[in-house]
Design a protein around this ligand. Structure first.
Ligand SMILES: [Zn+2]
Length: 224
């Protein structure tokens, strides 16, 4: 089979003159400095099926292994069995893979649409550099982070900005959620469950994530 694909050179998108900072969150995937919140991707059905069939696959494969060992150990049988003679676990593998593939495709689709929307709306996008490795040590967050697919989001933003003539700036993530975006006061570390706070210095009431996104935007604009 021969396949021919035409890939047109992407044309720069029209400029909007708007800049944005994006904070990547756990509850929401992306929070922008202008107050938009984009929920994280969720597909309960596919996730549940993926886990269920993963479990069935593990169990069935283990059982098949045990059966093969027992059968072959018994010298009476003339025919030796192999793991591949058992179809049950292979079927579970196929079903499991199907759900996992579906889940991955849906997530990719969601992120594609979201990043395209962002690249269309803004000329300069500032995001924070991820320290996924550090965060992964925190078991509490690990699953949410994997789900939120920050890495994929960032990768897509990067190539789309390049395709469409927009600018992506990556800044250091340190202290972005501790600093007051209005007066610059450092209010110290806050536990993750605190979603809103009031600056003790200037009295501004902040949404934690939007404040962080504004700090990210400011930090990014300083570098250009
Ligand atoms: Zn303040």
């Amino acid at each position: 089979m021969s396949l021919q694909v035409e890939f047109p050179e992407p044309k720069p998108l029209p400029k909007t003159g708007v800049q944005v900072g994006i904070d990547l969150g756990v509850a929401d995937l992306a929070i922008t400095s202008d107050g938009q919140k984009y929920p994280k991707f969720q597909a309960f059905w596919e996730e549940k099926q993926g886990i269920t069939w993963q479990r069935k696959f593990d169990r069935r494969k283990h059982q098949a292994k045990v059966n093969v060992i027992q059968w072959n150990h018994d010298k009476v049988h003339l025919i030796k069995l192999e793991l591949n003679d058992y179809k049950n676990w292979q079927r579970a593998r196929q079903i499991k893979a199907r759900y996992q593939r579906k889940l991955a495709n849906r997530r990719k689709d969601y992120l594609s649409k979201l990043t395209t929307q962002l690249v269309k709306a803004y000329d300069v996008i500032v995001i924070e550099d991820l320290k996924v490795k550090n965060l992964m040590h925190n078991h509490h967050l690990a699953k949410s982070i994997a789900n939120a697919s920050w890495y994929q989001f960032r990768t897509m933003l990067a190539y789309k900005c390049q395709w469409y003539g927009k600018q992506l700036i990556v800044v250091s993530p340190n202290y972005t959620s501790q600093q007051c975006a209005s007066c610059g006061f450092q209010s110290g570390q806050k536990p993750l469950e605190i979603r809103e706070w009031t600056c003790p210095h200037c009295g501004t009431h902040h949404d934690r994530d939007i404040n962080a996104a504004i700090n990210i935007l400011h930090r990014g604009l300083k570098t250009v």
